[in-house]
Design a protein around this ligand. Structure first.
Ligand code: MN
Length: 541
């Protein structure tokens, strides 16, 4: 791909694009990465940021986002710094690239627990600060997934695919960027289940139904109809099912032929009026199938989705699903939050854009869009309850992330990693410096907790230094246990001396019969309880 391809795609929706600035960003990135090649051993590195930026033009991102995307790997992988970028391309670009650099601090591991994965996702949203950062990161991942085959080790490919599936796919879903989500999913499917993927690939190749040809034929037919009626349209696209979605449908018991024979077309027109005109024209030419007509323009879905759906007996009588929508609806349906953020840069929608931005902060937007979606439910709950409270994200030296409320201390952190780490904690090393365990933490801190078997254990005053319920409960639990231990010891000492006063050999010499008699006398099997009763003065030793 060449920079010109990117510029052409961007100019299409950004008439005021500073072409020269984009050229400079490209040349700078190319120079900074010069000599670096991609994993396939031949592609120059610059192709990676360039392809990612090209994808972003589909989401109609602004100029700074495209430039930041071209430069996104510069601070990490070359000798140039964020300062160098700011000097050349301004504060805004620096801010975006810095966001990307922060995101790359987070490391995913195969054996992560669900809780840690949740934290990672939250960290993502949280540290991005600006939705554009996430979009760049997603485009970056999409391109890396499209070139995943170049990585020779299958375990490594699988790890990257799992990370994509567990972190990036849900985020793309959350932001409502369906196209990106399904592409990522398909790459993951290929990497994680290569045999199933190949099987479906084979079925598609062997199938005698030439879908591509049919889509072309029926698109032509529809174009002719619209032209004859003088209905302007933006685009007519055929919809191909991804391997993954075919696979899922087959798992649910559908046959390949049933799925593959099904053709979808999408007609994108300029405005709402044209939607209904196009619908009328199509129903005049092709008989609609009863019961398959849905008007989601007049009655949008709960998540805001708008489109007309109809299934007709298309050319050669084949059932064809047709979706009709305006361009604005299309952007919003397919690109979710991105569409809102980069609303069409036209004078009449300028006001609309302003209104959108005022109406929703982008987080509200996410919540709004996701409210109706049923997957990611746990994630959403987590977001709802935690997101608006201030959270901080603290790293272990290995790069695991723990998310904590603001003002949380090293003690909170220790208990969040593991109860044992909290109980045996003796020292904290914060960003390489030794600090007291009660030290409050800041976002982005790297913390190491040193433990010891000889640790005196949690102290009562720790309760004043923690800010999470988890740590507080664990400390209380420990203190209660310790209390019991001490009380039992006291009771045993008292009983021992009393026994000796009466000429008995002492507590250690109690025979099973004697213990049995004691238990029977107090109607309790639990000797421990009897000791506690002695310690608290309810039973006279
Ligand atoms: Mn990259």
């Amino acid at each position: 791909m060449s920079i010109q391809t990117l510029i052409n795609a961007a100019k299409d929706y950004l008439p005021d694009l500073d072409v020269d600035r984009l050229h400079r960003a490209f040349s700078f990135a190319e120079m900074a990465h010069s000599g670096q090649i991609r994993k396939d051993g031949e592609t120059p590195y610059i192709q990676h940021p360039l392809s990612a930026a090209y994808f972003l033009t589909k989401l109609r991102v602004d100029e700074d986002t495209l430039i930041a995307c071209l430069l996104h790997d510069v601070p990490e992988d070359t000798e140039y710094t964020l300062d160098d970028l700011e000097e050349r391309f301004g504060e805004n670009v620096r801010f975006l690239v810095e966001g990307i650099t922060k995101l790359s601090k987070v490391h995913y591991r195969n054996d992560m627990e669900a809780r840690q994965i949740e934290s990672l996702k939250k960290l993502f949203i949280h540290s991005a600060q600006d939705p554009r950062t996430i979009l760049i990161k997603l485009a970056d991942r999409l391109h890396n997934m499209s070139t995943l085959d170049a990585i020779p080790k299958p375990e490594k490919r699988a790890r990257i695919a799992r990370e994509t599936l567990e972190i990036y796919v849900p985020i793309a879903n959350l932001l409502g960027i369906w196209e990106l989500k399904s592409q990522l999913e398909d790459y993951c499917f290929k990497a994680l289940h290569p045999k199933d993927y190949e099987h479906i690939e084979r079925l598609i190749n062997e199938s005698d139904f030439n879908k591509v040809e049919y889509i072309e034929k029926s698109s032509e037919a529809i174009k002719k109809i619209l032209d004859t009626k003088g209905i302007p349209y933006h685009n007519i696209e055929g919809r191909q099912k991804t391997h993954f979605s075919i696979f899922q449908k087959m798992l649910r018991g559908k046959s390949f032929t049933q799925i593959n024979d099904f053709v979808g077309l999408r007609i994108i027109v300029d405005n709402v009026d044209s939607c209904y005109q196009a619908l009328g024209a199509i129903h005049q030419h092709f008989t609609p199938k009863i019961g398959r007509f849905k008007d989601y323009i007049a009655v949008p879905k709960n998540n805001g989705y708008q489109s007309i759906h109809t299934t007709v007996f298309g050319p050669s009588g084949r059932l064809t699903e047709i979706q009709i929508r305006s361009y604005d609806m299309h952007l919003e349906n397919e690109y979710g939050v991105a569409a809102h953020y980069f609303y069409r840069q036209e004078p009449e929608s300028e006001k609309m854009q302003e209104r959108m931005r005022k109406k929703y902060s982008w987080v509200d937007q996410i919540l709004e869009m996701q409210r109706e979606a049923d997957d990611n439910e746990g994630f959403l709950k987590g977001l709802k309850f935690d997101f608006f409270k201030d959270r901080i994200f603290v790293f272990t030296p290995k790069g695991d992330v723990v998310d904590l409320p603001m003002d949380a201390s090293a003690i909170d952190f220790a208990f969040h990693i593991h109860t044992d780490i909290g109980r045996k904690a003796v020292k904290a090393e914060l960003n390489g410096q030794s600090v007291p365990l009660g030290t409050p933490l800041k976002n982005g801190d790297v913390l190491y907790i040193q433990t010891s078997e000889e640790s005196p254990g949690p102290q009562v005053d720790w309760l004043d230094r923690v800010h999470t319920n988890l740590a507080r409960n664990k400390i209380r639990e420990y203190l209660r246990e310790k209390d019991r231990d001490n009380l039992t010891k006291d009771a045993k000492r008292l009983l021992d001396s009393k026994l000796k006063m009466f000429g008995h050999a002492g507590i250690k010499s109690l025979t099973p019969t004697e213990v049995g008699a004691i238990q029977e006398y107090f109607s309790s099997e639990d000797l421990e309880k009897i000791y506690l009763e002695i310690a608290s003065g309810n039973i006279d030793p």
